[in-house]
Design a protein around this ligand. Structure first.
Ligand code: GLV
Ligand code: GLV
Length: 319
């Protein structure tokens, strides 16, 4: 019998599957996420931990868990919260949840794209404000996405799923060749690869779908934003720190960029106050994979990873 520790509430169906094993399962049940010290206490003595993206898995975490720890199963496709080298040095397997959340995340990215180009957030706020409005020929006009080009920074499963949605709405697809799209998707979508600097300068929308790494930190920086087409849009469902958020706020406030749709923030859950001031920004609270089916599939996959490693089998989705 091993001890499996889960640092956040998970869908009941996933919890049941773990409880049906002969392992001891402890699930964080606080109304708020654990504080750092509560987290370190919770994982003490665990053989397997299911973590979420706000849990920093570093030397301190691994020390707190103890030398018996065998796997950290992140309930997320991104794993920038985990010190991989530290885990590797201790023989701790790290897994993520690829292949189950790309459609859900692309739905949110595409939803943000429509919301920002067609001013859905702004319109909703206007109605709820009680301020008067009338249908007028030139009232609250947005921009069409049909015939425009979307530029993907990151064209893995999520970026490709976003491209499929954009293609269905009549957009042309381009991607940064530093983070290329696979075949046959690239051919099916008539997607054009180009160097990142050319991409940012030549598209109507830039959408981020890359993991956060040292290379992609602020990959969309002030200089690249300045090179973007006037009136173009930014969509981010990847990680906040892939964009220089302060520079983004300035490029939006100055009117250089047409708008932004954001699901992630540099210092989550804090949102840069400058962004809150802007009408042409749609802000979501990290909902990319947040539907019941997807979260259940993510938790089930994380649980399968934990159970496999505890049974001495290879993890289905080791990073
Ligand atoms: C969510 O942001 C994830 O990485 O799964
Ligand atoms: C998602 O699963 C991706 O890697 O894009």
């Amino acid at each position: 019998m091993a001890r499996i520790c889960i640092t956040d509430a998970i869908p009941e169906a996933s919890a049941e599957k773990l409880r049906a094993t002969n392992h001891e399962v402890s699930i964080w049940d606080g109304a708020e996420p654990p504080t750092r010290s509560e987290l370190l206490e919770l994982v003490a003595g665990a053989d397997a931990v299911l973590t979420v993206l706000s849990d920093g898995v570093d030397e301190e975490f691994l020390d707190a868990a103890g030398p018996q720890l065998r796997i950290v199963a992140n309930v997320a496709v991104g794993y920038n919260n985990i010190d991989l080298a530290a885990c590797r040095a201790r023989g701790v397997v790290v897994t993520n949840t690829p292949g189950v959340l790309f459609d859900a995340t692309a739905d949110i990215a595409f939803g943000l794209l429509l919301a920002v180009t067609r001013r859905l957030g702004e319109g909703e706020r206007l109605i709820r404000s009680g301020r008067p409005w009338r249908y007028r020929t030139t009232f609250m006009l947005g921009r069409s996405i049909e015939g425009k080009t979307i530029g993907l920074i990151g064209a893995g499963q999520i970026g490709t799923a976003m491209a499929r949605r954009c293609r269905a709405f009549g957009m042309a697809i381009a991607y940064a060749e530093e983070h290329p799209m696979r075949e046959p998707a690239a051919s099916e979508l008539a997607a054009t690869g180009m160097p990142l600097d050319e991409l940012v300068a030549g598209c109507d929308v830039i959408s981020l779908h890359c993991p956060l790494t040292a290379e992609t930190h602020h990959i969309l920086n002030a200089e690249r934003m300045a090179a973007m087409r006037p009136g173009s849009y930014v969509i981010n469902t990847a990680r906040g720190a892939c964009i220089d958020e302060q520079a983004l706020a300035e490029a939006l406030a100055s009117g250089h960029l047409g708008g932004a749709g954001l699901d992630v923030y540099e210092d989550e859950p804090r949102v840069n106050p400058a962004l809150l001031e802007l009408e042409n920004v749609v802000l979501l609270p990290h909902l990319g994979s947040a539907n019941i089916e997807t979260r259940t599939a993510m938790c089930d996959l994380a649980a399968e990873n934990a159970l496999a490693v505890l049974a001495g089998r290879p993890a289905p989705s080791a990073v």
